[in-house]
Ligand binder design. Sequence first.
Ligand code: KIV
Length: 263
Amino acid sequence: MDKITLSAINKLKAESKKFSVLTAYDSTFAQIISEAGVEILLVGDSLGMVVQGRDSTVPVTMNDMIYHTRAVAKGNRGSLIMADMPFMSYATEEDTLTNAAQLMQAGAHIVKLEGGDWLNKTVSRLTQSGIPVCAHIGLTPQSVNKLGGYRVQGRDQQDAQNLVEDALALERAGADILLMECIPGALATQITQQLSIPTIGIGAGSGTDAQVLVLHDMLGIATDYSPRFVKNFLVETGNIQEAIAAYDRAVKTGTFPGPEHCY
Ligand code: KIV
């Protein structure tokens, strides 16, 4: 496929074409996923759980993220690589710039940070420095200890309004993409319609511009409980390459997620 840039992603949004995102943590899967036509490879800090066997993303370090981003960059065949900034790696301005630069030098094309409008200054500094940013709102797993568990966010009116305001503020601050995790589908659709930047959803219904899943979840090989928004694509295809291609097709044609995967 042609090399996917941020401009290519913005063009898909302008043409109302859906695009797909999948996590990748190593070179072999990066190649398979990229060759299947998935536009964005997310080097997610979910690797703490599915690769390292931890019970949250909190222990993931910058060195872990650099190691996996380098591996994904080796196998990539033209997708855009998004890398997560791990827990506390963007707590100060100096740390943010140093750590984001390391991920870009490891092969990322865009970094992802979790949080609301309190990240505005951070997002502005990064984008002014030439580093594209995806802001991640809703269920933000790095804050699991503060949130008290992995729960759907934005269910009551005030929380929903706060998420709308966070999204608008982050776009104004310069965020290039917004990712929404585990929020009601109607709210994610409303936010997508109010923004001009592309949105990615996970457990956020079918109204976002793109979908993301954790690779191990969509292959049905994650050992823990499977959330409602996950679909196992391996069970219907019996082959890893086919499962990833089926996911990509389902996202692009709008058949995934279905109502059974939404809140
Ligand atoms: O770390 C990750 O894989 C993520 C997705 C769950 C969106 O952030």
